[in-house]
Design a protein around this ligand. Structure first.
Ligand code: PLP
Length: 621
């Protein structure tokens, strides 16, 4: 059975082989390579876990699918405008991502979206296609505006999206001073609000964008300064990861009406920018949860093109170019985090006593009676009784009327009941909701060599769900139920919600640990995780390896970025590694002088300290 649901969330990129290994198909379907084989190659090269794998070919495939999807819809609905995607840099700002997106996107004139000055500067150094759009969102200062204006002068289609009323004056002022005509867009606050995690980006109370009355003021002001001919684009963004296609349809129709209004006001326009929102099916539930979506890429393209074509058909307004700022859907599949399991902590209970001590409290007798009668028929009732008697005993213990031994005994009997009920759920036709949580209550802990805060920050921050599974031994039945903890000493540093075949689960079925290294993969982590991650417990960036697979299935480890060393992360938080070495040397020398250690000890201590400084921040075997 597909207990990890890979057939649901793997799209065409991930599957399981007959040999029980996860296979990546970087080109979508077809040729595939085992992740286990990739790990072997890394181990041979001496690269330690954790490792973030990037698959350039997946990025190429995502951009291709997006453009082909819009291309088909445009043809089918005889839409007159073009589709021009732009990649929002904030979703994964790594240099490699920008370089590859501009390379793979060149044949479609795929552009970039910059939401800040550093992102604009990054974009200007990589995007030199005069037919692609460079969309500037976010707060803009004088330097930002001047850079964008010079970009226009050099022939790039750089467009300033006005996010707040005050920004317009700055754009007017700088463009008149430099005598460069700007391309202006306006971000609209839609009344349409999408469901899902990130819905606060849209709606009338969103922090960015202009309401319809402010949009009219903007038109009036541009007319006043004789610059209405610069107004080319209408933009909106209702939120990331929009689960419901209905919200996408509603938003595009509302925005299209405003677009028509702007053309009727005399603005040239020409571009409608729908922002991001194209969702990823992280749990493969096809829309049942916020981690999912109830549409596929083709349906998304059709919904947009069809609604635009039909809304515009009622007017004389020419069809605008369609821009989407799809980030998540472009880069999520690109990266896989791999780590090894270092250790385990088993859920263990002491033996059930055969008899209770003489004069044991009545509540203990009641609890013991439950453990003797538990059966398939009364499992749920016994589950309730176990909690009731245990809680009563805890209360009495707190009040001082029951002893520590009573309490320990109660705990042991309680867990025997829970374990039996959990076992019985395997025979149930229908498992009541409260009993479904039992495997997680009894789960063991596996300690993974990674930091949740560095590599999967959204799991901690917003309970984001990512598929997690072993990358090998999938031809063996897993025998353990597990919660995965990281190596930070933070109790939030754990994964305890997982993607299952039909539902999410609170524990993950995994295999027994053996002498062989056991590897887990966390999938679909290419969007938002890398730069949002932090240095909790001073665990730094992981090693990053780019893997390319040619059409014959040959592997190429094309780029290798070494993760942070201990000295690197210490310097990020303002330590000076050289000074630290001087300080420890002084401490050791004093100890030598005081005869606490020998001079040879001092050498060993200094070697260990300095090699620790140079080493990886993660657990090294
Ligand atoms: N455009 C804007 C203005 C955004 O704020 C965001 C992110 O929320 C995006 C695009 C990217 O959205 P997504 O990753 O859902 O495609």
């Amino acid at each position: 059975a597909d207990i990890y649901g890979i057939k649901n969330w793997g799209a065409d990129y991930f599957s399981v082989s007959d040999a029980g290994e996860v296979i990546v198909h970087p080109h979508g379907n077809g040729i595939g390579v085992s992740l286990r084989k990739i790990v072997d190659g890394l181990t041979d090269r001496g690269l330690d876990m954790p490792v973030l794998l990037r698959f350039s070919d997946i990025l190429d495939s995502r951009i291709k699918l997006l453009h082909e999807g819009f291309g088909r819809a445009i043809k089918d609905f005889e839409y007159q405008g073009h589709y021009r995607g732009v990649y929002p840099i904030k979703v994964n700002q790594q240099q490699q991502v920008l370089e590859e997106i501009t390379e793979f996107g060149a044949r479609y004139h795929h552009g970039l979206e910059a939401g800040s000055k550093p992102e604009l500067i990054a974009a200007l150094s990589y995007m030199h296609d005069p037919e692609a759009y460079l969309i500037c969102n976010g707060y803009k200062d004088e330097e930002f505006v001047e850079l964008g204006l010079y970009a226009c002068k050099m022939g790039l289609q750089c467009i300033f999206v006005v996010e707040t009323p005050s920004e317009l004056e700055l754009i007017i002022d700088r463009s008149k001073t430099l005598d460069i005509a700007p391309n202006i867009g306006v971000r609209l606050k839609l009344s349409t609000q999408a469901s899902g995690h990130w819905n606060h980006s849209g709606g009338e109370r969103s922090v960015f964008g202009l309401n319809p009355s402010q949009v009219c003021d903007l038109v009036d002001r541009l007319k006043e300064v004789d610059m209405l001919d610069c107004l080319q684009l209408l933009h909106y963004h209702v939120g990331s990861q929009i689960p419901n296609i209905r919200d996408i349809r509603e938003a595009v129709v509302e925005a299209c009406r405003v677009y028509i209004g702007l053309v009727n006001e005399g603005a040239p326009m020409g571009i409608l920018d729908l922002g991001g929102g194209l969702a990823v099916d992280y749990d493969g539930s096809h829309g049942d949860t916020e981690a999912s979506r109830n549409y596929n890429l083709d349906e998304y393209c059709v919904a947009i093109v069809e609604n635009l074509a039909s809304t515009l058909a009622e007017s004389e307004v020419p069809h605008p170019d369609i821009v989407t700022e799809s980030g998540r859907a472009t880069v999520a599949y690109y990266s896989v985090l791999l780590f090894n399991i270092l250790d385990e902590s088993r859920f263990e209970i002491s033996d059930l006593p055969t008899e209770l001590p003489e004069n044991a409290h009545e509540l203990l007798h009641n609890l013991m009676a439950v453990v003797k009668v538990v059966s398939l028929r009364n499992a749920q009732e016994c589950f309730h009784d176990a909690f009731y008697y245990r809680d009563e005993i805890h209360e009495r213990f707190k009040r001082g009327t029951m002893t520590l031994r009573d309490r320990a005994l109660a705990g042991s009997i309680f867990w025997h009941i829970i374990t039996r009920v959990a076992k019985l759920t395997e025979q149930m036709d229908y498992i009541p909701n409260e009993l479904r949580k039992l495997p997680a209550m009894l789960a063991d802990i596996y300690y993974g060599n990674f930091s949740l805060f560095q590599s999967l920050p959204d799991v901690w921050a917003i309970d984001q769900l990512f598929p997690v599974m072993p990358i090998h031994r999938l031809d063996e039945k897993p025998t353990r139920e597990v919660v995965v903890a990281d190596i930070t000493c933070d109790c939030d540093g754990k994964i305890d919600r997982f993607v299952g075949q039909h539902t999410t689960r609170d524990s993950l079925p995994l295999h027994n640990l053996t002498d062989e290294e056991y590897y887990l993969g966390v999938f679909l982590v290419g969007a938002y995780q890398e730069t949002l991650g932090d240095l909790h417990n001073l665990l730094g960036d992981t090693n990053v390896i780019t893997v390319e697979v040619d059409r014959e299935g040959h592997l190429n480890y094309s780029r290798e970025l070494e993760g942070d060393s201990v000295a690197d992360v210490l310097s990020y938080v303002e330590y000076d590694p050289k000074n630290m070495i001087r300080r420890i040397r002084k401490l050791a020398e004093t100890a030598v002088r005081n005869d606490a250690i020998s001079a040879k000890d001092r050498r060993h201590i200094m070697d260990a300290f300095e090699s620790g400084m140079r080493g990886y921040t993660y657990f090294e075997r």
